[in-house]
Design a protein around this ligand. Structure first.
Ligand code: G3P
Length: 216
């Protein structure tokens, strides 16, 4: 399973890219709105920092608007993936864009039916939002597994991005559920490094080394 970073913050992306652990980035209008800079300026910078799929979302709700925005975004860099919500106008746009060779990540997926429709329309990726399902008392990881199983069973050419990841335990859960990609917030990526036995082990190694040097 690949890891993407779920943020529009350039500093977070720079750090995660330096650690060598991320293969792509996902953004959405809420994440872009948190930044002080215009997203039109941020997107090319992200593409320079990470040589992998970079999802940028359209905000139009009609087919013509989506297509216009998508074509503009796709011109920014060959790695730009267009994010479109799962809705009839959106899937119509997916079909047109896929025929033009523009890859789409269908977002806000909360059911196997939505994932199937997106895949049939030609989505390169589908993004089930597990944290938001957990929020309403359903099991997000179970949805990710069902979508992966459905895609495998019917040999559909769509990758599953487990999105709306809220804590480090979500990551192994979606990896074992077969997600192709997990997109994680920066805080979760930092938490993934952490284990008390690692921290304690490092302290003990350094302490023992220092003691031994003192005795020489
Ligand atoms: O990639 C989608 C993700 O950003 C949504 O996360 O935490 O707002 O549900 P969240």
């Amino acid at each position: 399973m690949q890891l993407y970073l779920d943020t529009a913050n350039v500093e977070e992306i720079r750090q995660a890219a330096d650690w060598g652990v991320i293969c792509g980035v996902t953004t959405n209008p809420s994440l872009a709105a948190k930044e002080n800079e215009d997203f039109g300026k941020i997107l090319p910078t992200i593409c320079d920092l990470v040589d992998g799929p970079i999802s940028a979302e359209v905000i139009s709700m009609d087919y013509e608007g989506m297509i216009k925005e998508a074509r503009e975004l796709a011109k920014v860099h060959q790695n730009v993936i267009i994010k479109i919500p799962v809705m009839p106008e959106g899937l119509r746009a997916v079909k047109t864009l896929a025929a033009e060779g523009i890859r789409v990540n269908v977002t806000l997926v909360f059911s196997v039916n939505q994932a199937l429709l997106a895949a049939r329309a030609g989505a390169a990726y589908v993004s089930p939002f597990l944290g938001r399902l957990d929020d309403i008392g359903q099991t997000g990881v179970a949805l990710v597994k069902d979508i992966v199983d459905m895609i495998d069973l019917h040999e559909l050419d769509t990758e599953v991005i487990a999105a709306s990841i809220r804590h480090p335990e979500h990551v192994p859960a979606v990896a074992l559920a077969g997600a192709h990609i997990a997109t994680v917030p920066f805080k979760v990526l930092q938490q993934m490094f952490k284990h008390p036995l690692t921290d304690g082990g490092i302290d003990k190694f350094l302490e023992d080394w220092k003691k031994a040097q003192g005795g020489k």
